[in-house]
Design a protein around this ligand. Structure first.
Ligand code: G3P
Length: 219
């Protein structure tokens, strides 16, 4: 399973990349706003900066909601860097735009804000490179986000769709372990959730014991 960082924060991306286990980055308009990035020129510069830091795919989301706007914006985003994947919401115009990007423009896409198997089916049929089911937001309304990831992976496998499943809206380390069990292609996570995987009291106790034993002999 690949790890993407779900952030637009350059320090966190740098820290994740230094760790050596980050395969890409996903962003959304909320995450860009959180970093205070405003205006198209600043947004584009920020995406270029992210692409320079990380080796893998970087999802950049359109804010247009109409087909023509999505095409215009998506083409500009895709031209910024070869690793940019245009992130498009799962709406009627969005699915139409994904078809156009896939079939005619050779632009890779991430179909986002996916909350049902039906939406994931349309994303795959449109030829999206990635689909992003939102695990945490489904859990927030008492649905089972991980079950949706598992269902999408099973259906895509059964029908041999190429679209890769990014488990998104990951909130904690337990979600990451559940994504593994659901065979997600990618989990896009906050850095804190990934670093949380390191935590185990027996590791800390083990290090303390090894050091104490070493000091007994070496002083
Ligand atoms: O990748 C989508 C993700 O950023 C949404 O996460 O925590 O806002 O539901 P969240």
């Amino acid at each position: 399973m690949d790890f993407f960082l779900d952030t637009a924060n350059l320090d966190q991306i740098r820290e994740g990349v230094e760790l050596g286990i980050i395969d890409g980055v996903t962003t959304n308009p909320s995450l860009m706003a959180k970093e205070g990035i405003k205006g198209e020129a600043a947004v584009h510069a920020h995406y270029r900066a992210i692409c320079e830091l990380v080796g893998g795919d970087v999802s950049a989301e359109v804010i247009s909601t109409d087909y023509d706007g999505m095409l215009r914006e998506g083409e500009r985003l895709a031209a910024l860097h070869p690793n940019i994947v245009v992130k498009i919401p799962c709406t009627k115009d969005g699915i139409r735009a994904i078809c156009k990007f896939t079939d005619e423009l050779g632009i890779r896409t991430n179909c986002t804000l996916v909350f049902s198997l039906g939406q994931a089916l349309l994303a795959a049929k449109a030829g999206a490179t990635y689909v992003s089911p939102f695990v945490g937001r489904l859990d927030d309304v008492s649905e089972d986000g991980i079950a949706l990831v598992r269902d999408i992976v099973n259906i895509y496998t059964a029908y041999a769709y190429d679209t890769q499943v990014i488990a998104a809206s990951i909130r904690h380390t337990r979600h990451i372990i559940q994504c593994l069990d659901a065979n997600a292609d990618v989990a896009t996570c906050p850095l804190s959730a990934i670093l949380g995987l390191l935590n185990h009291p027996l590791t800390d106790i083990g290090i303390a014991r090894f050091l104490a034993d070493y000091k007994k002999v070496n002083g």
